[in-house]
Design a protein around this ligand. Structure first.
Ligand code: FAD
Length: 562
């Protein structure tokens, strides 16, 4: 017999009287159905990132069958106490009209609502709302239809609950051999949610926001709007031409709190006719400078066709799936000698940097590009090309190969388990693709690595012209000291990077005020415009207050900004 689930007192959003809050919950439960509104009064459980019962399309085996999916009430990888950023209730709308009802309801009672698609935004706050006690609007649970896949135009139209796995499966089931999808490292998240947060994947279609065409949005006052060609009744061009006519508004709905997106169109990549993934290793830390200089022209000219991925070798140890303690049991930053010790016995050999890439197209075309890449990369003294044929099928290289050819995967999760009860938070500054900038960021992050004594995993990713340094800081969620240090390290990195002219492309919701504050040119002109828009579109300040550092008038300057 199941033990009786314990209850906790739900957290009511500040400024709302308790009885009135529960009256409001009763009202929306009557409107949407009791089963579609859940008060968050159960003990908080972190579950697992992945979706229960996902299976690998390649070999049909179950990747994970975890009974507890990622939570939609809080951050499953919380960096502060779970109760700090927690929902009071979760609502599951079944249609755009349901979303509209929730918005009208929230305006009537002045209840903050936080929309999520699937809530797997780990490293950035997961499903947690920025305002404690806000109601999470979990769009993905019931609004999960693939509304269209057009194999001629290579486009699709999806609802918030469509995961990369689901889209991939559907493309396969319909037998569209000419279509690829683009996936991020983890395929269990929402296609729409990831693109809205300007997430990235690893085929030439990796900049997800740039491939979208057309949104359906519920505004914070409850109007339903279609952007681009979607505004033209009877159109058949919504997914092929993003701009429509007049001001192009789509941008204001990404990384924002100006609307709830209920549909999104996206371009799909045509099957290129083959692909070859490759891997090079580079010996010394200083090689980073020369390598980045080599990568820039090749990437801009699209000889390197997918996002360049220059990883620090420590992550290879973590990607083995073994915890840190297997390699080293001491505290402080992981010793470099220990890393080299392990790598000497690994097929990659002793190295500091690894470049994972993929070439696309028919064989002859790939050969030409691979030859150029080889010639250029081998200019770095000590560079080595790893022969994929000699790598076991379990090697991480093959996960990169799957992801870079549009096949969803979950293997990337293994580095989060570097510590028991692993969690992570990311520092992601943008720089020009210059060797000197890469080295400067590397030095800065390395100093923090040593100072805070936490392990960082580094990935220099070249989108096209720009370089993103992604520093993943991993911590034990049960270790309050490590969590606090991780947060302090992030804050310090953001500040120092901004002083040197580098800004984040995306951040954790607890760091969003700080990051937004660094974009302060001309007396914070950008934030002033954002606030003007917010107050105009959301006069009652009900939609995701504080998202990306944008607070509505009702909250502004009242101690919410941190
Ligand atoms: P959600 O969490 O649903 O949405 C993201 C945010 O967008 C929400 O917090 C919300 O504020 C907003 N939002 C969502 N839906 C709506 C809506 N309908 N209307 C208005 N606002 C909305 N990310 C990458 O991009 N690339 C990677 O390669 C990558 N690798 C990762 C590797 C690991 C090991 C981990 C743990 C995470 C990684 N992530 C990566 C981060 C994250 O897991 C993914 O971006 C994930 O796809 C985001 O979750 P989601 O799609 O469920 O989006």
């Amino acid at each position: 017999k199941e033990p009786q689930a314990r209850k906790r007192l739900p957290v009511i959003p500040q400024g709302i009287e308790r009885t009135r809050y529960f009256l409001a919950i009763d009202e929306i439960s009557r409107d949407l159905g009791k089963e579609n509104v859940e008060i968050n009064d159960k003990p908080l459980e972190d579950g697992t990132w992945s979706v229960s019962g996902l299976f690998s399309p390649r070999n049909g085996s179950v990747v994970t069958n975890h009974p507890k999916p990622a939570p939609n009430t809080h951050d499953g990888m919380a960096i502060v106490d779970e109760e700090e950023l927690v929902a009071s209730a979760v609502i599951y709308p079944g249609s755009t009209e349901d979303v509209q009802k929730v918005v009208h309801w929230a305006n009537k009672y002045l209840i903050p609502v936080h929309p999520i698609s699937m809530g797997r935004n780990f490293g950035y706050g997961g499903a947690a709302p920025r305002v404690r006690g806000a109601v999470v609007l979990d769009l993905g649970r019931r609004m999960n239809k693939i509304l269209d896949i057009n194999p001629d135009d290579c486009t699709c139209l999806v609802e918030p609950g469509v995961s990369y796995y689901a889209l991939y499966e559907e493309v396969q089931t319909r037998g569209y051999k000419n279509l690829w999808i683009d996936v991020p490292d983890l395929g269990g998240g929402s296609v729409l949610g990831n693109a809205l947060d300007r997430g990235v994947g690893y085929t030439p279609y990796g900049d997800h926001w740039s491939t979208h065409s057309g949104l359906e949005v519920v505004t914070p006052t409850g109007e339903i709007v279609r952007t681009g060609m979607g505004a033209l009744p009877g159109n058949n061009t919504w997914q092929v031409f993003p701009y429509g006519y007049g001001p192009f508004l789509d941008g204001i709905f990404s990384q924002s709190n100006y609307g709830i997106v209920t549909k999104m169109g996206l371009g799909l990549m045509p099957n290129p006719g083959g692909h070859d993934s490759f891997l090079y290793t580079f010996k010394k830390e200083e090689d980073l400078e020369q390598l980045v200089e080599i990568v820039r022209p090749l990437r801009i000219a699209m000889i390197l066709e997918n996002a360049a991925n220059i990883r620090h070798a420590l992550q290879i140890l973590a990607l083995s799936g073994k915890p840190r303690s297997t390699f080293y049991d001491g505290g402080g930053p992981f010793p470099t000698e220990k890393m080299h010790e392990y790598l000497r016995q690994h097929p990659y050999g002793e190295c500091t940097w690894l470049y994972y890439g993929t070439c696309y197209g028919p064989k002859e075309v790939r050969r030409l590009k691979l030859d150029i890449i080889n010639r250029e990369f081998m200019k770095v003294p000590g560079a080595r090309r790893i022969n994929p044929a000699q790598l076991p099928s379990t090697d991480y290289f093959w996960s990169r190969d799957r992801i870079s050819s549009g096949e969803p995967d979950l293997e990337e999760l293994s580095w989060v388990n570097w510590w028991p009860n692993g969690g992570h938070v990311a520092f992601s500054p943008v720089a020009p693709t210059r060797g000197a900038d890469a080295l400067r960021l590397w030095q800065m992050a390395k100093e923090h690595w040593a100072k805070f004594g936490l392990d960082f995993f580094f990935d220099f990713v070249v989108g096209l012209r720009e370089l993103h340094l992604i520093v993943e800081c991993v911590y034990d969620r049960n270790n309050p000291m490590q969590r606090a240090d991780a947060l302090s390290a992030m804050r310090s990195l953001i500040q120092e990077a901004a002083e040197k002219g580098y800004g984040e492309y995306r951040t954790h919701l607890l760091l969003s005020d700080q990051v937004a504050g660094t974009y302060s040119w001309n007396d914070n002109a950008l934030m002033k415009l954002n606030e003007k828009l917010k107050d105009c579109l959301d006069p009652n300040g009900i939609l995701a207050p504080g998202r990306s550092g944008v607070w509505p008038a009702r909250y502004r300057g009242r101690g919410w900004e941190i």
